[in-house]
Design a protein around this ligand. Structure first.
Ligand code: FES
Length: 285
């Protein structure tokens, strides 16, 4: 792929943060890299954007262009990814931000009242004063601790942490403590673990250790599937008559066997594992 990018440049700070995340540039002289090399770099798109934002608080046009150039990702595609996720900012904003979830789980546990109180104390969502601000956020994935707020302090080092069962007092305090990493909310399980399958290991496993995950029964079903073999697994899927969300993960085929492997489609750089786009393009960009 040959990308000739001209335009805004990153600041030294942004460049250093991005290089630290994806490695120093070694072939900037090469404007052409193969499809395989471009595909190898593509998964670094999210970490690179995250690094830029964590350093300065937003993804500037210069940072976006530099990431595109380094990873050989078309700028439009990098922009598409950055603009898809609510946690990325494409315009300058305060270096300390509280993302306050007002999605359904948190709404049921007082998120609206929390946002009203923050609005009264800090100004409307999206406003910023003295380097700090707050904004509403979609689900942060900690619904069992609702209402939840994610606190981010940009800088070197950047600091980030989620507040479970958040209150306006704790959010305001955390926004002011820029030199302190907000304490991560411990996982909470409200049901008897003996009755849980999907969430049975929540809060017990060290999330940074695959060994710990395996030791507590992680991948047990995958191991069983591998031992039984493909034919047996396909048979089990057939008799299970998948429906609802589970079935939608396997697009139906004319064969009537929704999970059957589809023929390999030749994709180009338009397809990315990090892209929010549901379907890779079959044609050249
Ligand atoms: S609904 Fe608020 S964290 Fe999920």
């Amino acid at each position: 792929m040959d990308l000739e990018l001209h335009g805004p440049e990153p600041t030294e700070d942004e460049r250093a943060a991005i290089d630290a995340a994806i490695g120093p540039p070694v072939d900037d002289a090469r404007s052409v890299v193969g499809v395989a090399e471009a595909a190898r770099r593509r998964p670094l798109l999210l970490p690179a954007l995250h690094a830029a934002q964590a350093r300065v608080g937003w993804v500037s046009p210069g940072a976006l262009a530099y990431v595109s150039r380094r990873l050989h990702v078309p700028p439009a595609e990098a922009y598409g990814v950055a603009s898809f996720y609510a946690l990325y900012a494409l315009h300058p904003r305060a270096r300390s931000i509280a993302h306050v979830c007002d999605d359904i789980g948190c709404k049921a546990r007082g998120a609206d009242a929390l946002c009203d109180e923050l609005g009264a104390r800090l100004g409307p969502a999206g406003s910023q004063h003295g380097g700090a601000g707050w904004m509403r956020s979609p689900c942060l994935g900690l619904c069992e601790q609702a209402p939840v707020a994610l606190i981010q302090h940009a800088g070197a080092p950047a600091r980030e942490g989620a507040l479970g069962e958040a209150t306006a007092d704790r959010i305001v305090q955390a926004l002011g403590e820029t030199e302190r990493t907000p304490e991560a909310a411990p996982a909470v399980v409200h049901q008897d673990r003996a009755n849980l399958t999907l969430l049975a290991r929540v809060g017990l496993v060290d999330p940074t250790s695959l060994d710990d995950y395996r030791a507590r029964g992680g991948y047990r079903v995958l191991r069983r599937a591998l031992d039984r073999g493909g034919a047996s697994v396909l048979h089990e899927l057939t008799v299970a008559k998948l429906a609802g969300a589970a079935a939608r993960r396997f697009p139906p085929r004319a064969s009537g066997r929704p999970w059957r492997r589809s023929p390999r489609v030749r994709t180009t750089s338009c397809a990315t594992p990090t892209s929010p786009s549901p379907a890779p393009s079959k044609t050249a960009c």
